[in-house]
Ligand binder design. Sequence first.
Ligand code: OOG
Ligand code: MG
Length: 260
Amino acid sequence: MDSKQHQTMQIAEILDRAMLNSQATPQLSLDYPEIGLKQAYQIQAAGIEKRMSRNEKLLGIKMGFTSRAKMLQMGVDDLIWGRLTSTMQLVEGGSVSLKRFIHPRIEPEIAFRLNKTLKGKVSLLEAMNAVDAIAPALEIIDSRYANFKFSLADVVADNSSSSGFVLGQWRSPKQDIGNQAMVMEINGKPVQIGSSSAILGNPWRSLVEAARLAAESDICLEAGWIVLAGAATAAHPLSTGDHVCLHTSSMGQVHLHAGE
Ligand code: OOG
Ligand code: MG
């Protein structure tokens, strides 16, 4: 193992511990300004290997910063992706304890379910043909960095803040998802209102980008995987007791309760 690989494993360990202890860690780029995006994705992969060695299953990937609202909120300007594992998936309408998080936020998303492999440069039509179902989704993001502050390489190494997700009912991908209203309510009050068109102009483009970006790390999107398209609006802080509901125009709803 060379010194760079050693550093990759060491940082993966630091981030993994921050997650397991629900304790924020200083921003990587402050101590290791030399870490670029390529190494950041290797740190992410090493962190996921740790999780899989604890019997977590890889369920798919999530895209990040596919909307202007998210880029502006976090002060970054490029697309990123992260991995989704089985312990992140929460039950629709269920309750999740916020004890496992540091400073969780919630955001409105759209999920795709693949029934074919997608690799590298694919057309919009190929991407659409590889999906057998779509669903509304809520994602919980929880940066392992203090004050939720990070550079692009920081957040990629931290699995793009992935922490939890919940899916609404799967439905046919035949309907138009290009301009769905996305209204996220907390305790009955709308806290974020947007349109699915905020996701790269149309959420299907996010799937095309997911295949392209994953291929840069030699990964193909596999049949059976879930892909989250990225939030349509800025994220909202999640507090104990919150009942969150995402309403869409014609893709249904999805609910989550934040418990003790
Ligand atoms: C990074 C994750 C971004 C999205 O939907 O844009 C993301 C973060 O904001 O902490 O999940
Ligand atoms: Mg997200």
